[in-house]
Design a protein around this ligand. Sequence first.
Ligand code: BMA
Length: 855
Amino acid sequence: MTHFIKSIIKQIILFLFCCLGIPGPLFTENTLRFDIDKEWTFRNASKQEWFPASVPGCVHTDLLNNRLIPDPFYRNNEKAVQWIENEDWEYLTRFIVPGPLLQKQNIEISFEGLDTYARVSLNDTQILQTHNMFREWKADIKHLLKPGENTLRIYFRSPVKEVEQKWKQLGYELPGGARVMTRKAPYHYGWDWGPRLVTSGIWRPIKITAWDSARIESIRFVREKSDHDKAVISVVLDIRSTSPKEEDMEIQIKTAGQNTPPVISPIRLSRGLNRRQAAIRIDKPQLWWTHDLGTPHLYEFEICLKSKKEILDEKKERFGLRTLELIREKDEKGTGFYFKLNGVPLFMKGANYIPQDSFPNRVTPERSKSLINSAKEANMNMLRVWGGGIYENDDFYSFCDEAGILIWQDFMFACSMVPGDSDFLENVRQEAADNVKRLRNHPCIALWCGNNESAEGWANWGWQTPFSPQQRQQSGNDYDNVFLRILPEVVREYDDARPYWPSSPSFGRGNPRSLTEGDSHYWGVWHDEEPFSVLQQKIPRFMSEYGFQSFPPLKTIHYFTLPQDLDAESDVMKTHQKHPRGNRLIQTYMLRDYNLPTDFESFVYVSQLLQAEGIKLGIEAHRRAKPYCMGTLYWQLNDCWPVVSWSGMDYYGEWKALHYFAKKAYAPVLVSPVEENGRLKVYIVSDKLQPLQGVLKLSLTDFSGAVLWKSDVSCQIPADYPIKEGRKSESRPFFEIETSTLLEGKDKTRAVFTADLILAGEITASNLYYFTPPKELKLLDPRVRFEVKPVPVGYSITLSCETPAKNVFLSVDGVEGFFTDNFVDVLPGRPVTLFFKTYAKVADFEKKLKAAWLN
Ligand code: BMA
């Protein structure tokens, strides 16, 4: 049976269903909602044949599902699918709306995401022309919708061809290239970690909403006041009324899980948009905290619009009670930059987030949830949603609300300047308003930031060189219009409680102010080949980017390669390495610290260690510099396809060595040994709000496990930021010694320093310190022993050894599961127990368990 006949039969069934007057599951009483997500077909606009399509979706995934293109992520296929961006694509569906919906006075269609240049027609009448992937587009369709079959047709013009003319007319080349003419995810055009896959399509849902007389258009919560005993929240509603005359109605607000009666507030509405508000009182309020400081408590409200006891519209929304301030106070060294959550200064620990897929429609809520859980698991309390991607789906922010993770939210501009014509500016204003309104009730959002690295590029990267003075002036003005005028205006208008920050970083590298004020991106390590140790010297107020690449796990590489591709320099591997000097930089750094691996598998493994050790060094330096430095977000948390990149987790969510290392380096209490001016110092950095008392157990052992030196230091660790005094505690060393005294008469290539912090009788934090780079260590065959035991959800594995086994990497082929720790150093007399969590029953687990370590 052809797709078309199947579709007709389904439509007939739906029609009969509706004639019987049985309301479908998508209906509330008075405001009716209907998703147009079925029976879609699509075609290349220059061809005849139609194929089934998914909505939400995109051209690439539809072509892939119909087996019309090979998987763009596999081997070199990216190159083979480039033609898609030059074509026009057409989507079509036929649908029947339920009878009751047609009876409503108002019927509106809304498109939550059309990517990008689309002409939308309903029953052969054009209803919209769209030109921004990030906006929500709406049209009144009451006069067009009919009983029986309706036809919705969306014609997408090639986003690349669309701007060719305009780009030429501009007369000068804006940094960023022609993509800057289009309000579409910048990373679709390729990035130094991402393929060029310029797709088109209906990437978010399409809905019809029908109602009589009035409906709630938007909701905003404003925290009026909150103390220990009570909080007052204003609920500000934008209600659209279409009644010709004034009408008396009421707003009713119930707080879920509270025994208090609902708040009822009478209102009078006139035709058009009405802003009305009601106040809710909460006794003994619970605040929203990041997960490291407390519970991310969320209140859920049911908000109803009623007319004469009839419910006209109802919505559920959540809100977290919290204050969040960006504090920038002048001090003797410059100007501080830190966040205060509920009055508590908070050191931000996290990473930069990019879209999880080149095709964002493929990202399920489960994938987002698991990614955010991984961030939380690694003790991160902030992610930066980077400006070259997308404003994420609502569920992404809901998961962050629940997980207690803050979001630094960029507007979607990255590494480019902008055009300045009035259409473009208006388009940007609408985009910002749509997204600020959509996201402002999420407590997780800490700040709105104008762009990524555009100010830095303009000041530092020679962008102005080819410009005439006039063009320079023009481009500078256009930048100011968007980032210093329009975006802050939108934030002020719709979300004035949140800070706006024009650009990340605030000052480019090389500008001394980048280290004394604002946020900073430090890329001297990597781009300029500076040693990792420079991260210990160039300490800014808030490090919002720094990073180093590694290869993804071999398992992931196997998904996109054939055996003959397993070489860093093969064509296929080079397609999956987007930084022009990437492999060379990895190798240069690797040679400094490691023996160059002789096979590809070891190269992959060592690349991960190199990255993890480098970033660990940076994280620890930033944390030791608290409160001068108050945040560290490395580049980057995740990937959008399988690739060699700066990520700590790959496209499949697999943890690289970096994510395991970050988890330890971000732990609430950190023990950090470091050599400074010939002295070995052991810092303790605590993010706990309570004082701690413990013992620091320090020892120096040789590679046979013999103790060469040891010392116990009792420690009174002050509470981080005692709230009452309102001051910030400094991190400081709790122990120090001349390195030469410690090592006197000992072989530093066969010695390791161990620092364990014992709190309440348990090792709460520990760290190891070696005195030479790994390549100089005299590592022998460690004779690792594995003791494996089944536990309720998986296996426990205890590793022990005779001489140090450095960075033991465990893997299990073909079994879904997760190691709670990995890449660990096992020392003689210091066994390590970790878990492989799996629901699978694994026959012969021990035989399947593989281990590798450094030699
Ligand atoms: C930063 C980011 C990205 C880039 C990364 C690695 O500048 O903002 O633009 O992918 O560096 O080069």
